[in-house]
Design a protein around this ligand. Structure first.
Ligand code: 4AD
Ligand code: MG
Length: 433
């Protein structure tokens, strides 16, 4: 009978059977009589045991000589293994080398983070990146599932643009056939055009910001999900946002048990963040709360990381901070009906120090107001005439928001730095590999 070739993750279905698995050698230990091969294949991690007395001489010799990251086929019988968290191992009867490996740089000893990210193309193979990026993938798939089931269509926004809606200080400029163009900071303005055509749309793509700050929360290239909804006010948008966040967390809890365990993430704590509704606190009240707790903040300032961390931890939950001062927010946000100094917007702050994961607002619908705001911000009207058309031809109330995918990944995985949350991070001092 033919020996089936399987993946490690399916080992549980083959207990007592002989199978073949293609993978890589992570680590090896043992003695003259036994070799323990730590193996991975991209689905899971487990151990193959080679006992000298049970296999032909050359098989044991091959196993003993294996170097870290050699690719190989191992053949053997699957057993339950109650000592490992995975629960299964292989009694190896044959080892076949596919691709040799020499002097693999990421040895089992401790390495510095800079080194690991210089070797990111290899570091991807290791447990923490594996688990983190699998969870990222769940969030991506769940995003499509959620917005499809909510009746949205995905609208792809361009990445080369002429506009700078999120502020002119963080722009990557590039030459576009003799004209200047910018790498997109946000797909929002295009999403607004889409909402006027399709009702509910979301964009999902890279965003670029020339962030000169070196923080644990900022990338220069990150991925953003930007839903935009015609005929939806800010209240309904907040309800959609919290439903979306709870949906994402629940999907990860359902599908990434192994990965959450590998990362030692507290699953009960994560589950507690799916309790809706999330608290809503006005910016005014947030300032008071901060002042009462000895933060040196005045009305009008934007929050930094310590303030955001305090606020969300105070509620032990993601928390919406609503109606920020107009002067620290983007030009398109809707005016407050009775106050001139704040706008109809909200940031969703995650607990445990993960910071702002969503920024969103209702959009102002008035042509003249927006035109004046664009000029006030020193933006070039020529680049926004098309956007102003949306207020000229059947303007309707609409709202939208942007979720930073990597912020969400760090929050869900418990990662302390955002560079872990994307395969190849781009930051001020890192553009390779
Ligand atoms: O708050 P932001 O700047 O909002 C917008 O761009 C709006 N156009 C969204 C909208 O209403 N359609 O960015 C949205 C989110 C932030 O809450 C944060 O999660 C993430 O994008 N983000 C970043 N993530 C990583 N690195 C950076 N430099 C980020 N800047 C923003
Ligand atoms: Mg923001």
């Amino acid at each position: 009978t033919e020996i089936p070739t399987i993946q490690i993750i399916d080992a549980k279905d083959y207990v007592g059977q002989t199978v073949r698995i293609g993978g890589w050698l992570r680590q090896k230990r043992g003695s003259g009589k036994i070799a323990f091969l730590q193996l991975r294949d991209g689905t899971a991690f487990f151990q193959g045991v080679v006992v000298k007395a049970d296999v032909p001489e050359n098989v044991f010799e091959t196993a003993k000589e294996l170097k870290q990251e050699t690719s190989l086929y191992v053949t053997g019988e699957i057993h339950e293994d109650s000592r490992s968290s995975f629960g299964y191992e292989m009694a190896v009867s044959d080892v076949q080398v596919i691709g040799a490996s020499q002097d693999y740089p990421i040895t089992p000893k401790e390495h510095g983070t800079e080194f690991l990210f210089d070797e990111r193309h290899l570091y991807l193979r290791h447990i923490k990146p594996f688990a983190t990026l699998k969870i990222r993938n769940t969030l991506i798939a769940a995003t499509y599932e959620f917005f499809n089931q909510e009746g949205f269509i995905k609208l792809d926004a361009p990445l080369l643009t002429g506009s700078a809606p999120e502020g002119t200080t963080e722009l990557f400029e590039t030459d576009y056939f003799g004209q200047s163009a910018f790498l997109s900071q946000t797909g929002q303005l295009y999403a607004e055009a889409g909402a006027m055509a399709f009702g509910k749309v979301f964009t999902f793509g890279p965003a670029f910001r020339a962030e000169k700050s070196k923080t644990r929360r900022h990338l220069t290239e990150f991925w953003m999900i930007e839903p935009e909804m015609a005929f939806m006010d800010q209240e309904a948008s907040l309800a959609l946002q919290e439903r979306y966040i709870a949906f994402l967390i629940n999907k990860v809890l359902e599908q990434n048990d192994q990965e959450l365990d590998l990362l030692k993430r507290d699953k009960d704590l994560l589950r507690s963040y799916t309790q809706l509704p999330f608290p809503r606190v006005s910016y005014d009240d947030a300032i008071k709360l901060l002042q009462d707790n000895n933060f040196d903040v005045q009305w009008g300032v934007d929050f930094g990381s310590p303030e955001e961390t305090f606020l969300a931890n105070h509620f032990s939950s993601p928390v919406f901070i609503t109606n920020y001062p107009k002067k620290i927010k983007a030009f398109y946000m809707k005016r407050h009906p009775s106050r001139d100094d704040v706008v109809i917007c909200a940031d969703l702050l995650a607990p445990e120090g993960y910071g702002e994961i969503i920024g969103g607002s209702e959009r102002d619908t008035d042509y003249d107001y927006l035109k004046a705001r664009i000029e006030e911000e020193g933006l070039s009207l020529d680049e926004y005439n098309w956007y102003l058309d949306l207020r000229k031809y059947g303007s309707v109330p609409h709202s939208g928001f942007g979720l930073g995918l990597e912020r969400m990944v760090t929050f869900v995985t418990g990662e302390d730095h955002i560079r872990e949350a994307i395969p190849f991070p781009r930051m001020m001092h890192r553009i390779r590999p």
